[in-house]
Design a protein around this ligand. Sequence first.
Ligand SMILES: Cc1ncc(COP(=O)(O)O)c(C=O)c1O
Length: 462
Amino acid sequence: MLKDISKIKFYNNILDTIGNTPLIKLNKINKGLKPLIFVKAEFFNPGGSVKDRIGVEIIADAEKTGRIKPGGTVVESTSGNTGMGLAIAAAVKGYKTVFTMPDKMSQEKVMNLRAFGAEVIVTPTAVPHESPESYTSVAKKRVEETPNSILADQYENPKNAEAHYKTTGPEIWEQTGGQIDYFICGIGTGGTISGTAKYLKEKNPRIKVIGVDIKGSILHEYFYTKKYSPVFKTYKVEGIGQDFIPGALDFSVVDEVIVSDDPESFHAARRMTREEGIFVGGSCGTAIAAGLKYCEKLSEHDVVVILLPDGGSRYVSKIYNDVWMKENGFLKPERVTMKYVLTDKSVDIPKLVVVEKTATVRKALELIKQYSISQLPVIEGNKCIGTVTESNLLSVVLNDSTKFDKAVEHSMEAPLPTIHMNEEMQSAVKYFAQKIPAVLVVDDTKPIGIVTRFDILDFMSH
Ligand SMILES: Cc1ncc(COP(=O)(O)O)c(C=O)c1O
């Protein structure tokens, strides 16, 4: 007997399961904040991220406009999630996939794409967007060389934001019963925020849309100044931030841009997982860290939705791996060594500024001034043989101005105590108790840095 299919509850294929992700209330990590805060959990999508929504939309459009024919190839530069969204749609529709990915992306993401049979080309992270080696340039070249292929082009493709205009925006509007006041969302290509915000603002122009950027990216600066300084820093959070302004990003529907950094993002992600039981990725941490700070000024009448782009399982070798967190300075090791304290020091001044014993007093004073430091080790070869301080040099030259151009070795004081880099921080503390202002950290006998009393206090305070 033929069965009655109308009684079976099913989806026609995996693509039909994309979207309609849940809205979940935060209950713990928002303690003390007044508004009702919900997260839109995009890791419920079958490919585990918000990007499933755009994969299917972009491929459907390429088919409709005849840009891809059966058996064709979909190429994309991706931080991993768009690749997954495209790979799912390509599998269902029978296309090949080629993805280029920056080398900072997690191994899990590369392996996930290869699981779908995709070809993955890993490119260097620390190159400018326009360099021929960048992941976007390599993808473009591949399309030129491959017949019947398309570049999904999430950065410029209007279908990226349109997917969110058609799905994410209406879902949030429906799920909040039209009561949303603030939408907080990270910006990568800008597709999610632009499409969702456009829909929400059409429904209610008073809804405020807050973009989240990551320290080291240009988006925050560009939003407020319409200019940006070149950036040479890379950050570890994946999927958000930019070194250029993508065409998919429409800042006209964004009201404010707020920022967080790597450590705050990763700690917020871990807290979401451990306190709320919501297993999230790094860029969710950025949105939560910056978003919760933003909520401090909101009232009990406000309804806030924070979008969570992906889940934590693709970051278990990074954010959720204490070894990786410690190696990258995001978690303090149980045993704090002098090397660790040194690594943690502000990046604004070099870890070690020294002066040769034959250099002049004038030169030593210049170095002290240039780097705003209090003491300067005097070295002979690799060995520290004394110290000069601003006050001791000033009293020397005030007594006898000819000393300005004499070798510093004749005006130095005793060398700073040395501590091996693998010794614990406590060994420095005992010197500071004796009013010695700083210690020299050595690798065997070679000086590698100075740690001052202030550095230890600064380290302990955070
Ligand atoms: C993990 C993650 N978070 C956030 C985003 C940002 O979304 P959008 O590109 O729509 O701005 C992405 C985009 O790739 C992502 O992969």
